[in-house]
Write a protein that binds this ligand. Structure first.
Ligand code: B1M
Length: 213
């Protein structure tokens, strides 16, 4: 089946193959969520398992990530969300010490598709940078991503810095090791386990900020 071929191509770090196969599935009208969740994200889950089992090393994880990103780029125009638009600015980034950006990019893409103005600060973002960007851009929501248990504390530090700066932004957090309990403990206003959920959450938080339309 073609979706499995895409996963296999990601696991073989076959960037040209992924590009060709994803485009073929888009052209054939295959459900975009199926391509995203079953083929691309599914493949990255398998990469993670193989890394944990010592079958893959960091360079291979990186190659798989680059291959996945090529597929994701083709899906981007189709990840447009629905038409109920809640406008406002979301500042997003992966917290200090953390270089994982695929999930964060996906969340940013879907927020853009849903009509938000998105300021993406990238990876390894210091708390002060979030504070500066939130203030400069008049953000209604700040969205923090972390993929490592060791960088989750940087989320708490960032939230403290935003509060100490007196900014009234709503803060949402996410990433594989993050839970709603953790979000509550560190004073975030919301947690989402995935990108579509992040869009819904951003809408709610923005509305609470008075930024919806
Ligand atoms: Co890293 N890595 N990695 N890695 N890596 C993980 C996270 C790991 C679970 C692998 C494993 O051991 N099984 C493990 C973390 C263990 C832990 O902390 N408990 C790990 C490790 C250990 C490391 C290094 C320490 C390895 C080393 O050097 N020894 C190192 C750390 C570097 C650093 O950040 N300082 C490292 C490095 C890397 C690469 C650079 C090689 C590469 C990242 C490349 C890149 O992102 N540009 C990489 C990769 C690819 C992975 C795995 C395999 C895949 C991550 C991914 O992209 N998933 C990952 C294993 C895994 O997660 N299965 C692993 C696909 C992506 C779509 O999902 O990011 O979860 P995800 O995003 C989801 C949700 O979480 C959510 O929505 C997204 C879409 O549904 N979400 C949000 C994410 N952010 C959100 C924000 C929100 C809301 C939802 O609101 C704000």
């Amino acid at each position: 089946m073609a979706v499995e071929d895409i996963s296999r191509a990601v696991l073989a770090f076959n960037l040209a193959g992924v590009t060709e196969l994803v485009q073929k599935e888009i052209d054939a009208g295959t459900d975009i969520d199926t391509i995203l969740n079953e083929a691309l994200i599914g493949a990255m889950d398998e990469v993670g398992k193989r890394f944990s089992d010592g079958e893959l090393y960091v360079p291979e994880m990186l190659m798989a990530a680059q291959t996945m990103k090529a597929g994701l780029a083709l899906l981007k125009p189709h990840l447009t969300g629905d038409s109920a638009r809640a406008k406002g600015t979301v500042v997003i980034g992966t917290v200090k010490g953390d270089l994982h950006d695929i999930g964060k990019n996906l969340v940013a893409m879907m927020l853009e598709g849903a009509g938000f103005n998105v300021v993406d600060l990238g990876v390894d973002v210091a708390a002060e940078t979030f504070v500066q960007a939130a203030g400069d851009n008049g953000a209604g929501v700040v969205a923090l991503s972390a993929l490592l248990t060791t960088t989750m504390p940087a989320m708490e530090g960032t939230i403290k810095a935003l509060q100490e700066a007196g900014l009234t932004v709503k803060i949402m957090v996410g990433g594989a090791p993050v839970t709603s309990g953790f979000a509550d403990r560190i004073g975030a206003q919301g947690f989402s386990a995935d990108a579509p959920g992040a869009v819904e959450l951003a809408r709610k938080l923005m509305a609470a900020q008075g930024g919806s339309s």
